[in-house]
Structures are given as structure tokens and as C-alpha cells.
Design a binder for this molecule. Structure first.
Ligand code: LR7
Ligand code: MN
Length: 587
């Protein structure tokens, strides 16, 4: 409607607005009738015909559709141009020192970032052709948005490149403002210098959180101040690809209860290389979680990909990374924004994921929208009380959203269990009231309907924990390869406090217990034991079935052999009930 008032002169205003109202009514009717409206079940895939000829060509003038700031001409030979990696060449000793210092401070190559243009483009549009064919200027038009970027001691060049990349890509008519929320940074360059720099950009403003409270309350501060119809959140070290914004806003216009993320591409922390979208083959990742409540990525299952008619269709995701997303401002408020008692960093993304699904919304990735983000190996920030603040956030979300399934989490995370026991996670009654008020579904519904692919451990298994050998006083332990869990890894026995938890399932498997589908697997030929993918059937594979005997041995019935520790190794050998090296107990 605001578009309607803007393009008309007072005299013709009335006529135009009546026509406009009819048009909006038409849009509303086709929207309600559309299978994607909230009145329709989640399973439908049809979408409204938005290019209907009865819709006028659009609300905006050509000028308004251009980005607010034109990118300065790019030198293709400049460092990192078109998203290419920064090549440092030979460095002087001084440069090497600067490089090292920047890396230590940010956990990414600030030296490289500082030498790349704040206005760099990301080269030619390499998205799928379906994405390029999409038209957004027709009925029902797109809502405008406030882009909210929270930061704590972010490097100047990455923060400003994020801001400019939005200004250079977002159509001016859709970009209400950019709000930078400072989470009590201490770096000098983020004080008045920042305000002075962004002032001339007109629609960029800086809000300050006086005390360091973390990204959750900082985002809430930004959301409250926002004047746009949609809130679009970005981390403070992103670069947006052309055409990233429109598909997000279009999906929200079509489905106001959708919380949508772009496809997130890696910006290499070592050289700032921005990985480009590839038109084919499309191997998408979606968000998941394990039972330690660790967020992760997994391949999108075949059925979900098949459900989509073309590349412009959203991909449903059980959880999201939480940093880069757009949501209608009123829906964000309706659905309970964030838990404002979560502190600093972490957990808010899973909380929002569960909440949105359980309370009737949709969580989606829009593959035609692509944004780059610098992924780091570890956080450069310090947290008061170390990592237990993150765990406290997780306990809060488990207490509100996970019903009895929270027991599985507590079993796997002793810190969480003790925070729960000592009742030191704060008051969650308001969040529980919100769940009541919105009549949200329970966690079991979420697991069955949104994430049926996940493995749900027994809430109270008969036996679980670390499996300790009484002869050697060691625990079953598997080293993961390069951060990943892979089948085929040899099982060893070590004296390690962090040795993995296992659980003894009703199928008689001894299973790695945080949701990775790996089971203790006997290899009688080699007399060794390894981890293999658990047998998906009702009954365990013969190599994966184990019986705990009265004499505390662990026997594999199909081979008749027993598990024994031998030094650091675990072997499969003839059962001898007198041998301490064959005695095991969960601790
Ligand atoms: O105390 C803090 N205060 C802040 O303002 C700590 C961080 N921050 C800011 C920080 O400057 C950054 O802009 O918050 C943002 C996120 O922190 P990062 O970039 O240090 O961490 P991250 O990229 O691993 O963060 C991911 O997980 C977080 C959990 O709380 C948030 O949900 C982030 O938004 C999320 N980032 C993404 O989803 C981007 C995609 C990467 C992934 C996975
Ligand atoms: Mn980040």
C-alpha cells in the first residue's frame, strides 16, 4: 500500500487507491486459496501463480529497483577481485607479523581482508537458470526489509564489506535501512570512526549495547528499532551474491510464517575466497542437530529434493545455522522473537528452529538466495565462565521445547545435567507460557513430522555411559578422522575422561549415543572390533548384536566370541569368564 501512496498524485490518488485496494483484495484471495497459505497442510507443494496477467507490472520505478549504491568499477587484477582468493606472495617480516596478529585476533585472515576492496563484486551470476528466470516485480509485490547486523570486535574491513555488499546488491526500494548493533565492542575503530563513516551512507545506523550481553539481546535491540516489514539478519563478516534478497522476501510475501535462510557459501578464512554458487549438480545441505544439541549440516534427503518442482522452491530444514535469515517482523514478534535470557552466543538457533516448527511456522532454505560467510575454526571471542554459558542456553531450550527428550541431552552432557540439577539456568516460565499461548505441538511431533530421518535414542536406556574394562581400567574409545565420524574406525581402549558414551539398545546394539548412527561391529575374521553404520532393520546385524553375560562379559552371539581389552586395543577372542580383561561395565 505504501507503494500505492508514493506513486500517485493527490488528485488521481483516490482512483488509484481504489484500484490498488481491489488489486490487493485479488492478491489476498489468490493467496488464501494458494496451497502454500497457512490454511493448507505443510505437505503441499503447489504455489500460487504470481505472474497472473491481472496483476499490474509492479509497484516500483526502474530507479527504485536499482541498488542504492552503484559498485565502483572493479579492477580485475585487484587483490581478491570477483571473489577470488587473496594471494599474499612473499611477505616481509613485518607483514608476516601483521598477518599473524590479524589471524590470532579474528580467527580469519584479516591481513587479506584489509587488502581487498570493501566494494568487491563476486563475479558473474552462476546460479541455476531457474533462479535467473524468476521475476519479482509482479503481484503481490515484495515487502521491504531492515538488515540487522550484530557485531562484537569485528574487523573494520569485514564489517564494512558486509555493509557495502548489502548496499550494492539490495534493490533500493526494498532496503529500508541497515542497523548495526554493537555488542559492547572494545576496539577503537568501532567507536566514533564507525558512526562517522556510516553516517554518509544515510540509511545505515549504529546502535550500541552498553554491556556485553551477546548476540541474542543485540539482535533483539536491532529488531525493536527496525522499521522494515521484514527483518533480515546477517553476521558481521558476510558478502552477498547478486539477487540474494528478492527470493527471501518473495517467499515471505507468499508465506508469512516462513523463516527463510539463504544458501550459505563458504568464504575461506585463510584467503577470503568466496565459493561461488554452482548451477549443477545441486548438492544441498540442510541443518540438523545431534543429541548433544550440536548444530550440524547434512545432505538434503532425496524425497525433499524431489518434492520441489524447480530450483526456486524452498528446501525445508529441521534446524538452521541461525545467523543469516529473514523473517516477517510481525511474525518474528508473534512467534516469540528470542529467549532474551540466553547469553552471549549459541543455542538460540536451535531454540528458534524447534519453536518455529512446533508452533506452526516453516523453516526453509531458499537456494536461489546465496550469501557468503567466513566460517572459522573456533570463536575469537571470550565468554565469561567459558563454554558453560553456551550450555546454559542449551539447557534453557531443552527445558522449554524438548519434553522428556531432554533426558537424552542431559545423559550426554554432564555439564548440562549439573546446570539443570543446580537449577542455575534461570527462569524459563515465560517461555513455557509462550509455548502454551501459541498452542505449540510437542517435541515428539517435531521428531516424527519434521525430522523423521533422525535416530531417537531410548529416553531411558537400560544401560549407557562409558564402557569401562575392569582389567585395564580403560574405556572404549574411538578417534574420529579429521573431525568426522566415519565407519571402519578401530575401537580402542584408553584412559580418557572424554571417551565416548555408548548405549545398549533394545536391539542389543552397542551404539554411539549422540545420534551418529554408528554401532560396535565385530569382525571375527580379523579378531578386531570397529564402528560401522548401524543396521537400519528391526533386528541388529549378527556382527552388531552383543549380550552382557552374568560374568560381565560382552559376547557377540554369532561368533560366540567376547570383547577383550589388550593394551590399548580391543579384540574379539574366545570367552574366558575368569579373565578381567573381558569384564566390562557401563560407568
Ligand atoms: O558475544 C558475541 N557478541 C556478538 O555480537 C559473540 C558474537 N557476536 C556476533 C559476531 O560478531 C557475529 O556477527 O554474533 C555473530 C555470530 O558470531 P560468530 O560469527 O563469532 O559465530 P558463528 O558464525 O559460528 O555463529 C553461528 O552460531 C551463532 C550461535 O549463537 C549464531 O547463530 C550465528 O549467527 C551463527 N552464524 C551463522 O549462522 C552463519 C553461518 C555459519 C554457520 C554455522
Ligand atoms: Mn559468523
Amino acid at each position: 500500500l505504501s507503494g500505492c501512496f508514493r506513486v500517485t498524485r493527490p488528485v488521481k490518488g483516490a482512483v488509484f487507491c481504489v484500484l490498488g485496494l481491489c488489486f490487493l483484495l485479488h492478491c489476498y484471495i489468490s493467496y488464501v486459496a494458494s496451497p502454500l497459505s497457512p490454511l493448507h497442510p505443510v505437505g503441499s507443494v503447489e504455489r500460487p501463480n504470481t505472474s497472473s496477467s491481472s496483476c499490474p507490472l509492479g509497484f516500483y520505478s526502474k530507479e527504485e529497483l536499482k541498488p542504492r549504491l552503484q559498485r565502483p568499477l572493479q579492477d580485475p587484477g585487484a587483490p581478491g577481485a570477483h571473489g577470488k582468493p587473496f594471494l599474499s606472495g612473499l611477505m616481509t617480516q613485518q607483514e608476516q607479523q601483521e598477518n599473524q596478529k590479524g589471524f590470532n585476533k579474528n580467527q580469519f585472515n584479516q591481513f587479506a581482508s584489509d587488502r581487498i576492496s570493501l566494494h568487491r563484486d563476486l563475479g558473474k551470476d552462476t546460479r541455476h537458470p531457474d533462479c535467473m528466470k524468476q521475476k519479482f516485480w509482479r503481484c503481490p509485490g515484495l515487502p521491504n526489509t531492515s538488515v540487522i547486523i550484530v557485531f562484537h570486535n569485528e574487523a573494520w574491513s569485514t564489517l564494512l564489506r558486509t555493509v557495502y555488499s548489502v548496499l550494492h546488491t539490495a534493490p533500493a526500494a526494498l532496503l529500508t535501512e541497515i542497523i548495526l548493533v554493537d555488542d559492547a565492542s572494545t576496539d577503537d575503530h568501532l567507536k566514533t570512526a564507525l558512526e562517522e563513516h556510516v553516517e554518509k551512507l544515510q540509511i545505515v545506523r549504529v546502535l550500541r549495547q552498553r554491556e556485553r550481553k551477546g548476540l541474542i539481546t543485540a539482535r533483539l535491540m536491532g529488531a525493536q528499532a527496525a522499521r522494515g516489514e521484514v527483518l533480515t539478519f546477517l553476521d558481521s563478516h558476510c558478502e552477498c551474491f547478486d539477487g540474494w534478497l528478492e527470493p527471501l522476501l518473495a517467499r515471505i510475501a507468499e508465506q508469512p510464517s516462513a523463516v527463510v535462510s539463504p544458501k550459505i557459501n563458504i568464504i575461506d578464512r585463510n584467503n577470503l575466497w568466496v565459493h561461488k554458487p554452482v548451477p549443477r549438480p545441486q548438492r544441498y545441505s540442510r541443518g540438523n542437530f545431534d543429541w548433544r544439541l550440536k548444530f550440524g549440516w547434512e545432505a538434503v534427503p532425496e524425497e525433499e529434493l524431489k518434492r520441489r518442482k524447480n530450483e526456486t522452491y524452498p528446501i525445508r530444514t529441521p534446524t538452521f545455522a541461525g545467523g543469516l535469515f529473514a523473517v516477517s517482523k510481525s511474525y518474528f514478534e508473534h512467534i516469540g522473537s528470542y529467549d532474551d535470557q540466553m547469553e552471549f552466543w549459541g543455542g538460540e538457533n536451535l531454540e528458534m528452529s524447534f519453536r518455529v516448527w512446533q508452533c506452526g511456522g516453516l523453516l526453509e532454505i531458499i537456494p536461489c538466495s546465496v550469501v557468503g560467510h567466513i566460517f572459522r575454526k573456533k570463536s575469537p571471542h571470550t565468554f565469561p565462565n567459558g563454554s558453560s554459558v553456551i550450555t546454559r542456553n542449551l539447557v534453557r531450550l531443552a527445558e522449554v521445547w524438548m519434553d522428556d527428550y531432554k533426558e537424552i541431552f542431559y545423559r550426554l552432557n554432564r555439564v548440562a545435567a549439573s546446570i539443570f540439577k543446580m537449577n542455575s539456568f534461570g527462569d524459563v516460565s515465560e517461555r513455557r507460557q509462550l509455548r502454551e499461548k501459541l498452542r505449540c505441538k510437542n517435541f515428539s511431533w517435531y521428531l516424527n513430522s519434521v525430522y523423521p530421518e533422525t535416530y531417537v535414542p531410548d529416553i531411558r536406556p537400560t544401560m549407557y555411559g562409558q564402557l569401562e574394562n575392569s582389567g585395564w581400567q580403560c574405556q572404549l574409545d574411538v578417534k574420529k578422522t579429521k573431525k568426522h565420524w566415519e565407519p571402519g574406525q578401530m575401537v580402542t581402549c584408553n584412559n580418557r575422561i572424554e571417551a565416548q558414551y555408548y548405549e545398549y539398545t533394545s536391539k542389543q546394539e552397542i551404539r554411539l549415543s549422540f545420534g551418529i548412527k554408528l554401532c560396535l561391529h565385530a569382525d571375527p575374521g580379523k579378531a578386531s572390533v570397529c564402528l560401522e553404520w548401524c543396521h537400519p532393520k528391526e533386528k541388529a546385524a549378527p556382527e552388531q548384536a552383543w549380550i552382557f553375560t552374568e560374568t560381565n562379559q560382552v559376547m557377540n552371539p554369532s561368533s560366540g566370541k567376547c570383547l577383550a581389552a589388550a593394551g590399548g586395543n580391543v579384540i574379539l577372542t574366545s570367552c574366558k569368564s575368569a579373565e578381567d580383561s573381558q569384564k566390562w561395565a557401563f560407568i
